[in-house]
Write a protein that binds this ligand. Sequence first.
Ligand SMILES: Nc1ncnc2c1ncn2[C@@H]1O[C@H](COP(=O)(O)OP(=O)(O)OP(=O)(O)O)[C@@H](O)[C@H]1O
Ligand SMILES: [Mg+2]
Length: 315
Amino acid sequence: MQEKQDGLEELLPQEAQEEVPASAGTQFEGGMSEEQPVEETASETAFSEEETIPEAPMPEKQPLIRVEGLKKSFGDLEVLKDISVEICEGEKVVIIGPSGSGKSTFLRCLNLLEIPTEGAIYFEGAELTHASDLDSHRRKMGMVFQHFNLFPHLTVLKNITLAPVSARLHDRRKNKLKITRKQIVEEEKARAMKLLARIGLEEKATAYPATLSGGQKQRIAIVRSLAMNPKVLLFDEPTSALDPEMVGEVLALMKELADEGMTMIVVTHEMRFAREVSTRVLFMDEGRIAVDGTPEEVFGDPKDERLKSFLSKVL
Ligand SMILES: Nc1ncnc2c1ncn2[C@@H]1O[C@H](COP(=O)(O)OP(=O)(O)OP(=O)(O)O)[C@@H](O)[C@H]1O
Ligand SMILES: [Mg+2]
C-alpha cells in the first residue's frame, strides 16, 4: 500500500492537474501578483486613445476543444466515423444516443484514454496527439465515471489529495520550488476539506469508499476531479449506477457546477437534466454526431428520424 502511494505517477488518475495547485502559495505566484506596473500601463493607455491601435483585430476566440476527423476502430469494428466538433469554454454539452453508438469511446478519445485511429484533437489550440506534455493537458480535463473509480484502499481525503499532491511534487521537482512536501500535503488537505464541506461530507474524510453510499461516492469522485481545477469536466453516465433516490443529489451538484460556469461534457440518459442544464445537445448514432443542436431544437422540435425514434423510446 505504501509503495503504491509513493509511486504516485503510476496511480495518478488522468485528471491530475498541475497548473493552479502547483503554483499556489509559492513565492513565485506571490511575486507575480504584486506587479503593479501592469495595471498602471493599462490605465495610461485608456487615457491616450489616439495612440492605441484601432485597427488591431480581436483575436478570434479559440475553442477549448477542437476535434477534427476523429475515427476510432477496435479491430475491424469502426466505432467512431469521422467526428468533427468544437466545444468552447462555458458550454454544457450533453451527449445522448443509443447504446453502442460510441458515446463513451468519444469521451475517452477526448482525453486520450483511447487513442484515435485517425484525426486530431486540440485542447486550447495544442494538438493532444502530438503534445510533448500530454499529462499536463490531460490534467485539465477531469473525468467522472459511471462506477466512480475511487481507490478502494485509500481514504476519501487521500482519494481527493492524491492527484494534486502528486502534480505539485512533480512541479516542485521540475521547477525546483522551495516548498516542502509537508506544506504541499497540508495545503491540499485543506483544499480537499473545503471541497468536502461544499458537499456536506467533511465527516467522511477518513472513511473508505466501501462505507459510502453510491451518491456519496459519486459526489466525492466529482470533487476529486475539481481538486485539480480542471478546465473541463467529462462525465460518462455519472448517475447510471446509482439507486434512483441518489440520482438527484449527484445531478444537483452537477447543476451547481454548470451554473458556476464550468465547461462540461456529459454523456447521460437523464433527459430532464439534458433539457434543463445543457446549452447544447449532441445526438450520436452509429459512430457519428447525427444532430448537434440546442436543447430546444433537439427535444422540442426534433427533425432527424433517428433522433425522433430514440427520443420516443427514452422520454
Ligand atoms: N475496448 C474496446 N474493445 C472493443 N470494442 C469496444 C471497446 N470499447 C468499446 N467497444 C465497442 O465500441 C462500440 C461503442 O461502444 P461505446 O462504449 O462507445 O458505446 P456507448 O454509446 O457508450 O454505449 P452505452 O450507451 O451502452 O454506454 C460498441 O460496439 C462496443 O462494444
Ligand atoms: Mg457508454
